[in-house]
Ligand binder design. Structure first.
Ligand code: HEM
Length: 412
C-alpha cells in the first residue's frame, strides 16, 4: 500500500529527531494514515518494517498474538542492534510470548489490579502533594520535567518495589539512560555498549536486592518477585531480574512523559485548564485524554509468524510490523476532531497508548492513579502558570516526551 508520495515519509517512525517535533510528526502521520495506512518502510540501517497507523488495524494485529509475536524484536532497533536485542540475557515480559509470557505475567498481575492498588492511594496522594510543596518551595519558577514529572513516578515505582529513598537518584539516572539512548543529552555514547552497560548496572543492583528479600521477605513487590515460583520452581535469577527491570523502567519514563506532556497541553489550552479547575470532578477522566494526546510509548513491534492479510497487504513470516500507537490515537475514524485536546472527550479511554490484548500495559491503572493524583494536587493550588522558555523534547523513537518545560507559576 505504499504510494509514490508517501514512500519516504516512513522515516518519521525511526528518526528520534522527528518525534522531538510533535506537530510535524503528527502532520506526516496523518498523511500516511490517509494515503497509505499500512506503509512499507525501508530505511538504511534499519530492518524493513510495515508501519500500521490506523487504530482498528493496530487492534487487529494485537488480537492475534500467536501470529504476531513480541520475540525476537519487540521494539524498533537499528539492524546492527537486532541480534544483540534477541540475545540479551535478561528477558522481560515484552520479549516473551505464549505460555512463558502468561506464567511470568501471572506472578505480578495481581499486584497491579485495582483492588490491590487501592491501598497505595494514600501514599501516591502524599507523594503528589509533596511534589507540589517542592514546587512551592522553588519560588515560582522551575523546570517541570526535571523538578516534578521525572521525580514523582519514580518515587511511586520505587515505593511499590520497596527500595530505599537514598537509591532514587541512581535509579532515575539508569532509567533515563535505558530509554533515552538515542538522545545525545541523556544516553551514554556508543549504542550497544551503552545499552549493555545500563543493563549490567540494573543487574548488579537488583541481584543484591533479591538476595535481601529472599532472606527477609516483606510485603513489597520486590519480595513477590524474589520469592516467585513457576511450576513449583523458583524463578531463574535472570527471569527475576527481567521483572525488576521492566517494572522499574516501564513504569517511569512513560508516566513522567504523560505528566509533563499533559501539563504542556494544559498550558497550551488554557480553556481546558480553567475547565478542570472549575469542575474538579473532571480530573477523574482527564488522564485518559492526556495519555491519548501525549501517547508516550510511540510504538511496539511484532514479528509475523504466518501469512496474514490486512486491508490488501499480506504479511509474510519473518516480516516486522510496527504498531504506531501515537498515530492510532489521532485516528479520526475513532476520535472525532482527533487533534483537539478535550478533557471531556467521551471515548478518550478507547486510546491505544497502553496497547491492547495480551501485553496490555500492566501498570495502566497505576499510571492513571498517578496522573490523577499529581494534577489534582497541582490544580487545587494553582493560581497562575505560563511558559518561562521554549519546551524541549527528548529524541527517542520508543518512549518519548518533553525533556524540559520551563514554567513560571503562582501557587496557593
Ligand atoms: C502513561 C504511562 C504508561 C504508558 C503509556 C504505558 C504503555 C505501555 C504499552 C504501550 C505497553 C505494551 C502494550 C502492548 O504491547 O500491547 C506496556 C506494557 C507494559 N507496561 Fe506500561 N505504560 C505506562 C505505565 C506503566 C506503569 C506505571 C507500569 C508499572 C509499574 C507499567 C508496566 C508495564 C509492563 C510490565 C508492561 C509489559 C506487559 C506485558 O508485556 O505483558 N507501565 N505499557
Amino acid at each position: 500500500m505504499t504510494t509514490a508520495s508517501t514512500g519516504n515519509l516512513g522515516s518519521i517512525f525511526a528518526d528520534p529527531a522527528a518525534y522531538a517535533d510533535p506537530a510535524r510528526w503528527h502532520a506526516v502521520a496523518k498523511r500516511i494514515r490517509e494515503e497509505s495506512p499500512i506503509l512499507k518502510v525501508s530505511l538504511p540501517n534499519f530492518p524493513d518494517f510495515w508501519a500500521i497507523t490506523r487504530h482498528g488495524d493496530v487492534m487487529e494485529i494485537e488480537r492475534h498474538p500467536e501470529l504476531f509475536t513480541n520475540a525476537p524484536v519487540p521494539t524498533l532497533a537499528p539492524s546492527a542492534r537486532v541480534d544483540a536485542m534477541d540475545q540479551t540475557p535478561v528477558k522481560t515480559l515484552i520479549q516473551m510470548d505464549g505460555e512463558q509470557h502468561k506464567a511470568n505475567r501471572n506472578i505480578v498481575n495481581d499486584w497491579f489490579k485495582p483492588g490491590n492498588l487501592k491501598r497505595l492511594q494514600e501514599r501516591i496522594d502524599t507523594l503528589a502533594e509533596q511534589s507540589v510543596d517542592r514546587m512551592a518551595a522553588m519560588g515560582g519558577q522551575c523546570d517541570f520535567v526535571n523538578d516534578v514529572a521525572l521525580q514523582f513516578p519514580l518515587q511511586v515505582i520505587l515505593s511499590i518495589l520497596g527500595l530505599p529513598e537514598d537509591d532514587y537518584p541512581r535509579m532515575l539516572q539508569l532509567t533515563q539512560e535505558m530509554f533515552g539512548v538515542e538522545d545525545p543529552d541523556i544516553g551514554r555514547t556508543g549504542e550497544d555498549e551503552a545499552m549493555l552497560g545500563v543493563l549490567l548496572d540494573f543487574v548488579k543492583y537488583f541481584t543484591a536486592l533479591a538476595s535481601v528479600r529472599r532472606a527477609h521477605p516483606t510485603e513489597d513487590l520486590a519480595s513477590v518477585i524474589a520469592n516467585a515460583e513457576i511450576g513449583g520452581q523458583p524463578l531463574a535469577d535472570l527471569d527475576m531480574l527481567g521483572h525488576y527491570v521492566i517494572i522499574a523502567t516501564a513504569g517511569h519514563d512513560t508516566t513522567s512523559s504523560a505528566i509533563s506532556g499533559g501539563l504542556l497541553a494544559l498550558v497550551e489550552h488554557p480553556d481546558q485548564l480553567e475547565l478542570l479547575q472549575a469542575r474538579p470532578e473532571l480530573v477523574h477522566q482527564a488522564p485518559d485524554e492526556i495519555i491519548r494526546y501525549v501517547s508516550p510509548v510511540k510504538h511496539f513491534m511484532r514479528n509475523c509468524q504466518a501469512p496474514f492479510t490486512l486491508r490488501n497487504v499480506t504479511f509474510e513470516p519473518g516480516e516486522l510490523v510496527y504498531l504506531s500507537f501515537a498515530s492510532a490515537n489521532r485516528d479520526d475514524e475513532v476520535f472525532p476532531d482527533p487533534f483537539r485536546f478535550d478533557v471531556r472527550r467521551e471515548n478518550a479511554s478507547s486510546h491505544l497508548a497502553f496497547g491492547f490484548g495480551r501485553h496490555f500495559c500492566l501498570g495502566a491503572h497505576l499510571a492513571r492513579m498517578e496522573i490523577r493524583a499529581i494534577f489534582k494536587a497541582l490544580l487545587d493550588r494553582l493560581e497562575h502558570i505560563e511558559l518561562a522558555g521554549e519546551p524541549k523534547w527528548t529524541r527517542a523513537y520508543f518512549v518519548e516526551g518533553p525533556k524540559s518545560i520551563p514554567i513560571r507559576y503562582r501557587l496557593r
